[in-house]
Design a protein around this ligand. Structure first.
Ligand code: NDP
Length: 450
């Protein structure tokens, strides 16, 4: 065991040396390496061929200048990125994030995670991620359009339906995908499935908008059923109020859960009566169309607003972090444990800090589905959107939803296969890491040294 701890430390030392000043990337790699290094300890071929070392080195990173003009005629300069991490099992695939906190480290962590996630879906997709430090908040539609066009003018050289297929993420929804797809089509004079998350009118898939949030709930459902329980009647705490959070809440309410919180970067709202579909529609309209703040809910429906806080102290049975990375810290994990929380399904990417994960894993009563598995429904349906684009047809809502449920059930099964201990306890993190790793590693071995 201590030999493996040494191997892990030595491996991480190399990662830190080659990627200085990238704490989010180090964190994501460490979370995976913790499980993979013991797993490959007796598998010499993986070690001889340096598979894990190769996986942590992106195939390439493109960074570029994005220049656009604001409504007052000022010239603005942002930085654009695309991290093409690994295309061993399919074209690079992963979202685009527009947020002031975007750095190369953040996008590298997301691209690295994406490789394992996409592998878990069972679909032929490699991993990538992109974005910009552009802040869409407070910008007019025309400004967002000009930025998206400038961003795609450069990005279009590096992507394509068989090369790299981006999608949305934080700050990139239907509006931004529309502007970017339109610009790609104009530049290349080709109508092809180069982005997913498109509107239905121009090649989108039914359920894509809902897929990540729904998938997070389907994963919770799979975990609970595996342990003889269900969502019905459970009190649920959700963070965020964007795409993932709102459709997670929608599906929870549909399945009989009582959702009592949502949040944004200003704080969280607590409605002890629980949200109804009507209240949720109002929130979706507030965030998507009026682009308002979550605290406005209290003036309309009551409940309380907690400025600058996250919802993890609110007693719950089930928790769904759906806002951003590292939003569950050690004290939050301890509060969830103290209040008797039964299970966590991660909607946001890497929402739990290493200390929080450690505390949760030590408390074996708490089931914990990692983001690379729990939020894979989004990219899963993106994969289905690519299939539909290639086939030049659109499946029904029911058909896509069934396939989404199948993808999530398949991921749950793989995690149980690789994560179940002798006493029956399922380590979902370990299961996801090993299952995601195996497929990509096999393909890399088949290609030889490159
Ligand atoms: P949205 O932009 O739609 O919503 C993000 C939400 O999180 C907003 O409520 C936002 O608040 C809040 N938020 C963002 N950054 C912070 C922060 N630093 N602190 C506190 N709150 C914050 O994004 P998505 O819902 O698409 O993405 C949410 C998470 O899910 C991300 O981790 C993303 O990577 C992950 N994800 C998304 C997928 C998708 O299909 N969209 C697929 C897989 C994972 P505010 O309104 O104040 O900005």
């Amino acid at each position: 065991m201590s030999h493996q701890a040494d191997d892990l430390e030595q491996f991480m030392e190399g990662v830190r040396r080659r990627n200085p000043g990238e704490p989010e990337f180090h964190q994501a790699v460490h979370e995976v390496a913790m499980d993979i290094i013991p797993y490959i300890a007796d598998k010499q071929v993986y070690k001889d061929l340096m598979i894990l070392e190769r996986m942590t080195e992106p195939d390439r990173i493109v960074t570029f200048r994005v220049v656009w003009e604001d409504d007052n005629g000022n010239i603005r300069v942002n930085r654009g990125f695309r991290v093409q991490q690994n295309n061993a099992i399919g074209p690079y695939k992963g979202g685009i994030r527009f947020h002031p906190t975007v750095t190369q480290s953040v996008l590298k962590f997301l691209a690295f995670e994406q490789v394992f996630k996409n592998s878990l879906t069972g679909l032929p997709m490699g991993g990538g991620k992109g974005g910009s430090d552009f802040n869409p908040k407070g910008k007019s539609d025309a400004e967002v359009m000009r930025f998206c066009q400038a961003f795609m003018t450069e990005l279009s050289r590096h992507i394509g339906p068989d090369t790299d297929v981006p999608a949305g993420d934080i700050g990139v929804g239907a509006r931004e995908v529309g502007y970017m797809f339109g610009q790609y089509k104009r530049l290349m004079n080709r109508f092809e499935g180069v982005l997913t998350g498109k509107a239905l009118e121009f090649g989108g898939s039914r359920i894509r908008t809902e897929a990540t949030g729904y998938g997070v709930v389907y994963m919770m459902d799979n975990m609970l059923r595996h342990h003889g329980e269900s969502i019905e009647g459970k009190t649920c705490v959700v963070s965020g109020s964007g795409n993932v959070a709102t459709f997670c809440a929608e599906k929870l309410i549909e399945l009989g859960g009582k959702v009592v919180t949502l949040s944004d970067s200003g704080g969280f709202i607590h409605d002890p009566d629980g949200f109804t579909q009507e209240k949720l529609q109002w929130i979706m309209d507030l965030k998507n169309n009026r682009r308002g703040r979550i605290e406005e809910y209290v003036g309309e429906f009551g409940g309380t607003f907690h400025a600058g806080q996250r919802p993890w102290n609110v007693p719950c049975d089930l928790a769904f972090p759906c806002a951003t990375q590292n939003e569950i810290e050690l004290a939050d994990a301890e509060a969830l444990i103290k209040n008797g929380c039964r299970a966590i399904s991660e909607g946001a990417n890497m929402p739990s800090t290493p200390e929080a994960i450690h505390a949760i894993q030590a408390h074996r009563e708490l089931l914990h589905a990692p983001s690379k598995a729990a939020n894979a429904g989004g990219v899963g349906v993106s994969g289905l959107e690519m299939s539909q684009n290639s086939l030049r047809l659109q499946w029904t809502r029911e058909e896509v939803d069934e396939r989404l449920k199948g993808i999530i059930a398949g991921i749950h099964e793989q995690m149980v296969t690789y994560g179940t201990a002798a006493d029956g306890h399922v380590d979902y993190f370990k299961g996801a890491n090993i299952a995601g790793f195996n497929k990509v590693a096999s393909a890399m071995i088949a290609y030889g040294v490159m």
